[in-house]
Design a protein around this ligand. Structure first.
Ligand code: GLP
Length: 254
């Protein structure tokens, strides 16, 4: 795992953008994520696109996850969210931004079709990830198989609580989602996980320094040959080997 620690969330976004633009400019297949954490990165990428430093015209994208039971045009569906916060502001071809079909009549079939679509596209080159306060990635909650495929998942009560801020009240938060599985995510060639804020520090410590365990789904990154984790000081604050990670980052062999 490559661990980069930056002073502020804005610097996390800049470091992530430096990596992301190389993939976009090469016409790569991008895995996108929703949630608050990547918003600063999307704003940075939008500014760079306006300045002509990056283009998404040759890229396609797959979203990590989607609520089940929301119409895709509901403002909190991830289909709508990713367009509102990112892809409609840059030169992405809209039809090439795909997400799991959360409003499908048959979610199991939609989940299998999504894995198939990713495979047909040749796989994901770089998958952006956030992390839930309980260590989830996508909507893979604790107890998710580390080899799971895209599937219907039941949200943990903590996730429902965390995501209630996007809805009128807790009761309006969907209880189910379609999420790329941990096995699906692990097939992306490069994983890029961003975390900011002290409320993520326990999950970050468990992901980086805890045991490989379905109890902390993000710990599956420990198995990935190319995982980059970019943290602000607050998210990194519980890491035991912090000074070593800083040394590695500052003294990279040429
Ligand atoms: C949601 C999403 C995840 C995201 C997580 C953290 O549950 N399904 O993909 O990583 O929340 O979100 P935030 O960045 O808003 O803390």
């Amino acid at each position: 795992m490559d661990i980069l620690i930056r002073s502020t969330p804005a610097e996390v976004a800049t470091a992530a953008a430096d990596i992301f633009v190389r993939y976009a400019n090469a016409g790569a297949t991008l895995g996108l994520a929703t949630g608050s954490t990547p918003v600063a990165l999307y704003q940075e990428l939008t500014s760079r696109c306006e300045r002509g430093e990056v283009s998404f015209a040759r890229s396609r994208a797959f979203l990590l996850d989607e609520y089940v039971g929301l119409d895709r045009f509901h403002e909190q569906s991830y289909y709508s969210t990713i367009r509102r916060v990112f892809t409609s502001h840059v030169d992405f071809i809209d039809e090439l931004v795909q997400s799991p079909e959360g409003d499908a009549a048959n979610p199991d079939r939609a989940a299998a079709a999504y894995d198939q679509a990713i495979r047909h596209a040749g796989g994901i080159d770089i998958q952006l990830l956030g992390i839930g306060g309980n260590g989830h990635i996508g909507f893979n909650e604790p107890s998710s198989s580390l080899q799971s495929r895209t599937r219907l998942e039941t949200l943990h009560p903590r996730t429902v609580q965390d995501n209630a801020r996007f809805f009128e009240n807790t009761d309006s938060v969907p209880r189910y989602a379609l999420t790329q599985g941990l096995g699906t995510i692990s097939e992306a060639r490069h994983l890029l996980l961003l975390a900011t804020g002290t409320e993520k520090s326990t999950a970050v410590r468990n992901m980086v320094e805890g045991p490989l365990s379905a109890h902390c789904p993000a710990s599956v990154l420990q198995l990935h040959p190319r995982a980059t984790v970019i943290l602000d000081e607050d998210a990194a604050s519980q890491l035991e080997d912090l000074e070593y990670y800083r040394f590695v980052d500052e003294h990279r062999p040429h």
